[in-house]
Design a protein around this ligand. Sequence first.
Ligand code: BGC
Length: 739
Amino acid sequence: MATGSKTAERDDDVESREAVVERLLASMTWEQKLAQLQIGYRPRLEEAKELVRAGIGGVFWPRSAAAANELQRAAVEETPHGIPLLIGLDVIHGQRTTFPVPLAQAASFEPGIAETDARISAAEAASGGVNWTFSPMIDVSRDPRWGRVVEGFGEDTRLNSVFGAAKIRGYQGDSLADDNSILACAKHFVAYGQAEGGRDYNTVDVSVQRLRNIYLEPFRAAVDAGAASVMAAFNTVSGRPAHVNEDLLTKILKEEWGFEGVVVGDADGVQNLMAHGVATDIADGLGQSFRAGLDVEMGGNVVDTDGNTPLSPAEVPLQRVDDAVRRVLRLKHSLGLFSNPYRDEASEILAPSGQSRAAARHAAEKSIVLLKNEDALLPLDPAPKRVLLVGPYAASSDHLGAWVQSFAEPAGTLAEAIRAECPDWSVTVMEGSPFFQSDPALLDAAVAAAAEHDVVIVAAGEPSALTGEASSRSDLRLPGGQEALIAAIAGTGKPFAVILFNGRPLVTSAWIDLAPSVLEAWHLGLEGPAAVARTLTGAANPGGRLPMTFPRSSSQIPIYYDHENTGRPASISATLDEGDIDVGLMGPDNLGDVFTSKYKDLPLGPQFSFGHGLSYTTFSYGQPQLATEELPLEALHSGTKVSLKIQLTNTGNRTGDEVTLLFIHDRTASLAQPVRRLRAFTRTSLDPGQTKTLEFSLGWEDLGFWDNEGSYLVEAGEFDIYIGGGLDDTAHHVLRLTQ
Ligand code: BGC
């Protein structure tokens, strides 16, 4: 089996597995071996069956347990070796029960949310015959123009590592042989999140140190967590497409990290090598990919339905092909497919259960971020009042998010959820603006209606169709007439709150100062509307934090918290005064600070930083206690940890959650270091007046960095350690590492 203790097999299982694998391998022809090295997609069952009869090793899920059984039966009964199938599907944030999109889950800063999602999703998917998911996506994402930021865990490396590992544990469970376990797939290997201009599939050119420090780390954590598979990315990495990148697929992943699972290509990623201009034809692409370390091609180009392959034994060493086949067969064995590849059709889970809905609701509530709350406008008390709910999301059911499964349970609307949650309110629902155009008549009607109501809730956002794969955007403002709607509602003088439903950071600068209260509600899945309704009334208290920076302008991208200082950092105190542009100053009031790193026409810093998020209660921190202020490097290297304690108190009058973030800054090093790096985080729920002591520890793996030669260095010197509720609000200590 793949690596990692969670999915480790007993010695006798391994022995029998190896015996089965070697027996098969010894009797397979070149073509039969290659047939195992692909996963094919054919929407029609009969066509999929033809591939299976030709000996293909994996197929995409044919949509039911009965159909999956039919394909397994064809594989077992109608092929010479009777090898069962891997059956794959993108089970990303739910199968029947849809959880919040991964970016929203990251906002919970509670990895247990991701693990529970994966566990429930695995059980639902496995019951229908799926045994392999192409999840989690752990591409560190610092460019919100890229639509796929929604599928991952945001801009921070540690957050991606921790959430990715949690997902893998959830999908794979304690043992792959369990009925409810499926193979996980860490994707996309690697640096896909750095596509130039945020344009999907675009070029990635990256230094070794950045590749290792930022993009590879979550994959290393995934391998440590026992990920059974890893998917090669579509992009080039410094000129070489990931699919044919031996340095990445073999040297780093398999040799340096000891990854024993399967490297799968992305959909038609081998075919795309011709467009990349590195392969002349499919045979050339396949040959290069397998030689570089790819084990399974996604698309089905390796063997045709007659079982013939364009690859000759001269193109890929037999040893390499045998290694790939072994990896595939071992996974099949670990899943228990050789003993029983069939599912009980009567037990297929076709709809959410009460329990899975409750988990999805919990996850949705934990993922909401309170961006602003002037004069504590929120929560709204449930006492009778006239509420105008306006905006394209008021009556929309588009809550499931980017990887919505066509067969998933549909979500309801916010209007329905608010009416159910607050039966004493009189709620008027209006569109105000369509998603994509302006409509003055709708706008005027909304403004007129506002006068007749006590409070207005604007439900605005970015439809999920604008997020996900191939959904890059150059302008991150709310689409259509939504900004005008918010401004018009602000103009009425009525108290109002904005709720945002979106799958990426948005640019809110045109209206954010006009809105007293703003809730970031992402695409929260099946139970999203109910979670939002409960948060509006205070039945749930928001405690999520932003996992990605919200820029002031799309032109400020990429912008992320763990940037380098530069040789000429600008003063962070400068702001853009409203009148500056009118008087021709064209910039923040730090223009005297001429030769510093900034934009002349923007205030410094983002609109909302990574880690930002408020609550309906308040928290305070005590003085942090660092167990030691000085430590020899040698002690750190041999396992000594630096421990840190801090007291957290809920000083408000509601139960609530606080996310505590621990950042470091290596003051002087041989390579420029980020101004802050998140090393640990925890989320704590406290009752009013309750205090808890939080404990963290920092070790060798937390205090070093990778250099451009691929070495991991921990250097002597001073480290700032910041701990608290966010980037601005942090107590500070200095740790000295000595030679
Ligand atoms: C995506 C992958 C996905 C695959 C299979 C590709 O287009 O990039 O993330 O797993 O399709 O659906």
